[in-house]
Design a protein around this ligand. Structure first.
Ligand code: SIN
Ligand code: FE2
Length: 199
């Protein structure tokens, strides 16, 4: 069942080492088609996280704003979501609609993600499911408005976090990644996948 933090359900160690390694191989295939981009926020700041996506839509940001697009900025269609990734959604979100976006966030050493809501989707009744691979990350979750008290948890390689219900619109972010904390990726770093229903 997993532990709950502010309504988000953490299934720690959901993926074993072999499943993590197989998923990383699948993601290398995604990145060969849709390479990582470090996007710029509408205010002009370059994000420290590198991004790509799979599925019908990818989430992007640039000077025109945050949005979902059916193509990578280089013009190619996003590759399909790997079956290994879809299987996690089907196991943990059986009532939900099929995910239309698998956003891939890449955290090299020093990368982080500021507190934000995931709110560019049309249907907030659908959960967001997050998969962590590689180095451990300090995840912070707060409230439905910016500010106030927050709680933090380390997300480890193979952990899956489901943000649905009351947690769906909570502010959350990644404060830091602990270098060298996982043997999964030969050169270190962290991959986070978030599966979303967009329409
Ligand atoms: C996100 O909120 O988009 C990423 C969360 C994470 O990296 O764990
Ligand atoms: Fe998010």
């Amino acid at each position: 069942m997993g532990v709950t933090i502010r309504g988000a359900v953490l299934h720690d160690g959901w993926l074993d080492a072999a499943a993590q390694a197989a998923m990383v191989e699948d993601l290398r295939g995604v990145l060969a088609v849709a390479p990582l981009v470090r996007p710029v926020t509408p205010s002009g700041k370059r994000m420290s996280v590198g991004m790509s996506a799979a599925g019908r839509f990818g989430w992007i940001t640039d000077s025109r704003g945050y949005r979902y697009e059916e193509r990578h900025p280089n013009g190619v269609e996003w590759p399909p979501i790997p079956a290994s990734v879809l299987a996690v959604w089907e196991a943990l979100c059986p009532e939900a609609r099929a995910p239309e976006c698998c956003l891939l966030n890449w955290y090299a050493e020093g990368a982080k993600m500021g507190m934000h809501q995931d709110r560019d989707e049309a249907d907030f009744d659908q959960p967001v499911l997050s998969i962590s691979l590689g180095d451990e990350a300090l995840f912070r979750i707060g409230n439905h408005t910016r500010g106030g008290k927050t709680e933090s948890v380390w997300l480890r390689s193979g952990d899956v976090l489901v943000m649905g219900g009351d947690a769906r619109l909570r502010y959350h972010g990644i404060d830091r990644v602990k270098p060298g904390s996982s043997p999964l990726l030969p050169n270190g770093g962290r991959i986070n996948l978030t599966l979303r229903v967009v329409t």
